[in-house]
Design a protein around this ligand. Structure first.
Ligand code: PMV
Length: 314
């Protein structure tokens, strides 16, 4: 029996994280140089229902039902099997998960793992799922990662295209007539989206007027960014990234280490820079043009444990 494999990219949020949880728009794009892959192979000697998972990157080697009930990998496998099928009737198989997307860094690794498992296992079971269904099933698993996901991560990794996303509205693919370059730098402290989302939620309960104003301002920035991207003027996005970062600081989800990388990128000639993703660690992104070696070097000296340059296009 052949192997069934699926590869899913990472993602960055260009504008609008956190505010998107409160109904404001956000822009996210896939990062195609980072991938999670799931490979499902039949275990011809095994009994029906024997599903074994290997994820060497996180030192996981376990049978499906040895994983805790709320383990996202278990949830993704059960989502691919579907509620109408008894997992005990699934042909014995091994699922191998490998990933170049660093976990807990705002690059969508959780959503990518789920989407890759859902795609590969459903294909193994003879089902062809639409991108929409992959996105919906991934969203349900995302709820385990952090209770109230906006839905942006699962959408961008399932459709693998730049999107303009607003909760409750159909999302829009975002055309990028003029490609641009983004530098991603990891501050070395694992991000914690769940804690960051919870912190913002608590703060917004304590000071609703201030937080509503911040969310709306971020939403306004995202709309302006969309216009600039559509108009083929990405070089003008820099000041909007700087403003967005300021509002993320106001939401209290930045760290001195992240601010230091943002400032370093700007001082070294980036056109703008901000946190990307949930914050409290993870990555910053910077809009760059020309030679990026010097900025990457300066960011490494400023504490970045990893830098990656990626082209953003449709
Ligand atoms: O940290 P990430 O890459 O999972 O991004 C989280 C983005 C938030 O807006 C903070 C949460 C969400 O569900 O949209």
């Amino acid at each position: 029996m052949p192997a069934f494999s699926a590869s899913v990219p990472g993602k960055i949020i260009l504008f609008g994280e956190h505010a998107v949880v409160y109904g404001e728009p956000a822009i996210a794009v896939p990062v195609t140089s980072l991938h999670t892959r799931a490979i499902v192979t039949a275990n011809i000697k095994g009994e029906s229902g024997e599903i074994h998972v290997e994820a060497p990157d996180i030192s996981l080697s376990a049978a499906l039902f040895d994983l805790q009930d709320n383990h996202p990998i278990r949830a993704a496998i059960l989502a691919a099997i579907g509620p109408d099928k008894d997992p005990a009737s699934v042909p014995a198989c091994n699922i191998l998960i490998t990933s170049s997307i660093p976990p807990s860094s705002g690059l969508g690794s959780g959503a990518a793992v789920s989407a890759a498992i859902i795609r590969a296992l459903s294909a193994f079971l003879g089902k062809r799922l639409s991108d929409e269904i992959v996105s919906d099933l991934t969203y349900n698993v995302e709820k385990i990662h952090h209770g109230t996901p906006s839905g942006i991560d699962n959408t961008v990794v399932a459709y693998q295209q730049p999107i303009y996303y607003q909760k409750g509205d159909p999302f829009q693919f975002l055309d990028i007539p003029e490609p641009f370059t983004i530098l991603i730098a990891d501050c070395g402290i694992p991000g914690n989206t769940k804690d960051a989302v919870e912190r913002v939620r608590q703060n917004s309960i304590n000071d609703p007027d201030k937080y509503e104003m911040i969310f709306q301002s971020i939403g306004q920035i995202t709309q302006e960014a969309r216009e600039l991207i559509l108009a083929g003027l990405p070089a003008e996005l820099g000041p909007l990234m700087d403003k967005n970062h300021q509002f993320l600081q106001d939401l209290d989800i930045s760290l001195p280490e992240l601010d230091h990388l943002v400032n370093t990128a700007r001082n070294e000639g980036a056109l703008g820079a901000k946190i990307s993703g949930g914050g409290l660690g993870g990555n910053i992104i910077a809009l760059v043009n020309g030679d990026t070696n010097e900025i990457c070097e300066a960011l490494s000296k400023a504490g970045a444990v990893n830098t990656l340059v990626t082209s953003i296009n449709t």
